[in-house]
Design a protein around this ligand. Structure first.
Ligand code: SF4
Length: 198
């Protein structure tokens, strides 16, 4: 029974590279399009919620997600295509596509459990978050404990996935900021907390 359930939830299990071209950013690299063996529209919003908001461009109406990750742009299309720029070779592409297939399958499990309205609510939050929203919940003392010179710098880097919000120890540990922490967690919700390492 458990096996049947797992099987049902595994959305994609194979792909085919359908187009390879020289990368416009660097002619020694390639850009490519791969086609997965299933459409992925339900999984895409939950994939978006896995990444720091600064890495995500999500065109909700078209259901197209572009991520600025691995030093390249990776775009997921609802019909099951993946486009990837600035890729060394097909071996590297294979590794990344397989990672994304795992991610898509995990996201699909969440989609089955949570449903469309839930995804819409959290995508709305994802789109509304900017560095100022993060900054206003930080202690704003510029103490430097997180390794950044200012709280604003931590907020900007966290949004881009270049720093963890959890590196602000005063926010996590000082009772003075307990309310800030509580409000920030509530505002972000569990997905964005995970994506921003809080
Ligand atoms: S540790 Fe927190 S309070 Fe200190 S500078 Fe970093 S973000 Fe600001």
């Amino acid at each position: 029974m458990q096996k049947a359930r797992e099987h049902r939830k595994k959305l994609v299990s194979a792909y085919e590279v359908i187009e390879v071209l020289p990368c416009t950013r660097d002619p020694n690299r390639i850009r490519l399009i791969a086609k997965l063996d299933h459409e992925i529209s339900d999984a895409i919003p939950f994939v978006a919620l896995r990444f720091p908001p600064g890495k995500v461009t999500y065109a909700e109406r078209e259901g197209v997600l572009t991520l600025n990750v691995y030093d390249r742009l990776i775009t997921l299309f609802p019909e099951g295509k993946i486009a990837m720029t600035y890729t060394k070779d097909l071996d590297e592409a294979k590794e990344i596509i397989e990672e994304f297939m795992d991610l898509i399958n995990e996201a699909y499990e969440e989609a089955v459990e949570r449903g469309k309205e839930y995804a819409e609510e959290y995508v709305k939050r994802l789109k509304s978050i900017n560095w100022m929203e993060l900054y206003k919940h930080l202690p704003q003392t510029n103490c430097g404990e997180c390794g950044e010179q200012t709280c604003a710098a931590l907020a900007m880097k966290a949004l881009q996935g270049e720093a963890k919000l959890s590196s602000c120890k005063p926010l996590l540990n000082d009772p003075k900021y307990a309310k800030n922490l509580e409000m920030l967690k509530k505002k972000l919700g569990p997905h964005l907390c995970r994506a921003l390492s809080l």
